[in-house]
Design a protein around this ligand. Structure first.
Ligand SMILES: *Cc1c(COP(=O)(O)O)cnc(C)c1O
Length: 428
């Protein structure tokens, strides 16, 4: 086990790059229970812990899988925006996908060049789009009315990407599927005539078309179907430089779960682009926007068992957290694997894990855990993406600290909230 030493940190980009090269050999290994316990002891619980090298390993997998394509990867930072994570992701060479002007500003702070940032907002007003344009980043427009205003104001002077809705149902979960007919996202491909009218009248310079059909897509044919639609539409845009296929890369949450096969997908995408080039003479880049794929598995959420509570129905473990810190189980019925890291040799018992919030906040029903005693640490896996990021101060509870383990060292990258944070912005 690598020794964990803590110190405050902030690091520069180039030095980091060299380091990463040295540590990539065994980087995909999970953090051990001992490492997580050390972090919990040092920084307290609940605490989010991120394993930097795991992010690099995921990025490497994507690069390898799509080596046959002219591919670029824009990390969808809404999944985890801590600026230290952004800096790290910049240091390994990825670009950035942002959904708000504030994410764009965080990205610029973290060192991303404007040309390496893509802004993909949804239902924001034109003023925000103009403000982001002034920052010089790539802009993705997902609404006819905004497209028209953008064309009227800026014409051909600023390139744009258009987010299209290909009306493909991706994955099984309606809530996290964004390309179907009822979805608010994108401009329908059936509005192509209207898009063309706006582009022609305002001389818009459309350099990209984009689709993002949802999250957790295991079936690579969903991407390929979407890509076929995009190729068809490419003929409408003579200035096209790239096709953005968004994200949807699935990662395993349950033991035995599958991950999107990026090698198989990469191979097929490469062939599709080669064929497109042969037929049309056009050489296009392919862009992707992985969020979960890069940061889900790097993250661990460590909590403490406050109480064991036996009722007529179940044995509850009440932990010192709730949906104020990790809301995916309650919001999406998401499965997070849970282990008792304090008593790994204890006999297995069946527990229902709940939070300490005055609301029904069940993390998991009927899980086998090594016997849980009050005070034990439990870990939630896959906590990197949409974990801390969706946290709140509900019940006037404090948001947890975030810690990054890099090169075997644990570093605090966000202090936990203090009582005063609850009063910030309140007028007293
Ligand atoms: C959320 C989002 C992503 C990332 O999705 P993941 O499932 O986390 O990979 C990518 N692109 C856009 C436009 C998004 O809104």
């Amino acid at each position: 086990m690598t020794k964990i030493v803590s110190h405050t940190f902030f690091y520069g980009g180039s030095k980091m790059k060299n380091k990463i090269k040295h540590t990539t050999s065994n980087m995909a290994k999970n953090l051990t229970h001992e490492q997580l316990i050390e972090v919990a002891n040092e920084f307290g619980t609940p605490v989010y812990v991120y394993h930097a090298e795991r992010i690099a390993a995921q990025y490497k997998k994507l690069q390898k899988g799509f080596a046959g394509c002219n591919a670029r990867f824009f990390y969808a930072c809404k999944s985890l925006t801590n600026v230290n994570i952004l800096k790290y992701i910049h240091s390994i060479g990825a670009s950035l996908d942002c959904v708000s002007i504030n994410e764009v500003k965080l990205g610029l702070m973290a060192g991303f060049a404007p040309k390496d940032i893509l802004y993909t907002p949804n239902c924001v007003d034109f003023e925000e789009i103009v403000a982001v344009k002034e920052l010089g980043v790539n802009i993705n427009i997902d609404n006819i009315s905004i497209l028209e205003q953008f064309g009227n104001n800026f014409g051909s002077s600023y390139p744009v990407c258009i987010r299209l809705n290909p009306h493909i149902m991706a994955g099984g979960n309606y809530k996290i599927s964004t390309g179907h007919i009822d979805s608010k996202f994108g401009i329908s491909i059936h509005q192509m005539r209207h898009i063309e009218r706006i582009v022609k009248t305002t001389k818009l310079n459309v350099t990209g078309i984009h689709m993002h059909t949802g999250s957790e897509i295991k079936d690579i044919n969903v991407f390929l179907e979407g890509l076929a639609v995009m190729f068809e539409l490419a003929s409408h845009f003579p200035n096209l430089e790239f096709i953005d296929l968004g994200s949807g890369f699935k990662v395993p949450y349950q033991p035995g779960d599958a991950e999107t096969d990026v090698n198989a997908l990469g191979e097929k995408v490469a062939i599709a682009f080669q064929e497109f080039e042969k037929e049309t003479g056009r050489k296009l880049q392919v862009w992707f926007e992985p969020g979960k794929y890069l940061v889900s598995q790097c993250g661990y959420f460590v909590v403490k068992a406050n109480v064991i509570k036996q009722t007529p129905a179940a044995v509850f473990v009440g932990v010192n957290s709730g949906f104020n810190h990790l809301i995916r189980p309650m919001m999406y019925d998401a499965y997070h694997h849970i282990e008792n890291i304090s008593n790994p040799k204890g006999a297995e018992r069946i527990y229902t894990i709940v939070g300490n919030i005055c609301e029904t906040d069940t993390f998991a029903w009927d899980r086998k855990l090594n016997e849980v005693r009050e005070g034990d640490y439990l870990v939630f896996y896959n906590a990197g993406a949409y974990g801390f990021e969706m946290s709140s101060n509900f019940n006037s509870r404090l948001k947890p600290a975030e810690v990054m383990v890099i090169d075997g060292k644990a570093k605090l990258i966000r202090k936990k909230d203090e009582f005063e944070d609850l009063l910030k912005n309140q007028v007293i």
